[in-house]
Design a protein around this ligand. Structure first.
Ligand code: 5AD
Ligand code: SF4
Ligand code: FES
Length: 349
């Protein structure tokens, strides 16, 4: 194992067989060495910095029906909401005062926000806060729509690939298909977005071989960001009684992602903090370098319930802001409040 790890650290690449060997090996062995190499790799590129992104969940309507997600359209027990442009701007204002210079606008796939509405939101933020990065996370749209958003001033786009396994993708996404999803990611990159992919760990029936597929997919796509979190069963979904993913396994996948894509921006996700009170800190120590505290109005937070037990739903944005800062420091890292662009981007300042 030592040789494979050293090879991975040195070349940032491995064969599919070697990747499988590593993942299965760490199912039963102490991953300390793996995390050590992942940390060193992160440190060479980004030092001890942890980038902050303010997350605004502006609509929980969704036309899709992903089997794992609490916001799926067949879940009738969700109180749906949409934020107006004014409400979104208020979140940004508060976020800006708290020091955030990246806003992530996230929603279900909600076509109420057509291209004009999305562009209006982007332009309003751009106009008022000229030095922020704008990230969209609103699902699959046409390439020409993506282009409009980019031209309106959006810089980044998050669209997790969810799983690179064709079988699993089919099983969990009755209303979607894997080819369109992966095409969207390709298009976003072509347009010039800093693009984020990502996947869930511990989906029912997911095998180590499938996780290798996820890593190989990332290696091919070369995204700027990768969001990885454990699957957490939600009682109001068809997967409510399934077993969820673990923090331990997710940490292995974070570390491997860091080693395969040394420059990647890798969030310590809220799902990690939900399963383990210090899950995000553990993620930082396994190679993650981004956190995304919530900036949504308190009144809607509980309604954006992708999975149950989500942390921070009762906490003011200012509380999360200082909470996360303390946690980052205690874990031995530094808060960086700049836009935090990918290392290959000059920065559209
Ligand atoms: N558990 C963990 N993550 C989930 N997501 C959706 N549902 C769940 C769940 N039950 C993730 C998906 C989606 C992101 C916004 O949240 O990966 O892309
Ligand atoms: Fe909608 Fe995203 Fe949930 Fe799927 S994962 S149901 S697309 S919000
Ligand atoms: Fe929200 Fe700690 S980050 S309460």
């Amino acid at each position: 194992m030592k040789n494979i790890l050293e090879k991975l650290y040195k070349y940032n690449d491995l064969s599919p067989e070697e990747l499988l060997e590593i993942i299965t090996y760490f199912n039963y062995s102490d991953p300390e060495r793996l995390f050590f190499y992942a940390q060193r790799t992160r440190e060479k590129v980004y030092g001890k910095k942890v980038y902050m992104r303010g997350l605004i969940e502006f609509s929980n309507y969704c036309k899709q029906n992903c089997l794992y997600c609490g916001l799926r359209r067949e879940n009738k027990n969700v109180e749906r909401y949409r934020l107006s442009l004014e409400e979104i701007m208020e979140c940004c204002q508060e976020g800006y005062q708290l020091g955030y210079r990246t806003f992530v606008l996230q929603s279900g796939e909600d076509i109420f926000y057509d291209d004009d509405k999305i562009c209006r939101i982007i332009k309003a933020i751009r106009e008022k806060f000229s030095d922020v990065a704008i990230t969209l996370s609103i699902g699959e749209r046409e390439k020409k729509s993506y282009r409009k958003y980019f031209e309106a001033g959006a810089d980044r786009y998050l669209l997790r690939h969810e799983t690179a396994s064709e079988d699993l993708y089919k099983k969990f996404h009755p209303t979607m298909n894997i080819v369109s999803r992966q095409n969207c990611l390709q298009e976003l990159k072509e347009i010039g977005f800093q693009t984020g992919a990502g996947f869930m760990v511990g989906l029912p029936g997911q095998r180590d071989e499938n996780l290798v597929e996820d890593l190989l997919f990332l290696k091919r796509l070369q995204p700027h960001m990768v969001g990885i979190g454990p699957f957490i069963p939600h009682g109001e979904t068809p997967l409510g009684c399934e077993v969820g993913g673990t923090v331990a396994k997710t940490l292995i996948m974070l570390a491997l992602t860091r080693l395969l894509l040394p420059n990647v921006l890798l969030p310590a996700t809220t799902a990690m903090g939900t399963l383990d009170p210090i899950g995000r800190e553990k993620a930082l120590k396994a190679g993650a370098n981004v956190v995304m505290p919530n900036l949504s109005p308190i009144s809607v937070r509980e309604k954006y319930e992708i999975y149950q037990g989500k942390i921070c739903t009762g906490d003011e944005s200012a509380h999360c802001r200082s909470c996360i800062e303390t946690r980052i420091h205690q874990a031995g890292f530094e808060v960086d409040l700049s836009r935090g662009d990918h290392i290959t981007i000059g920065g559209k300042q």
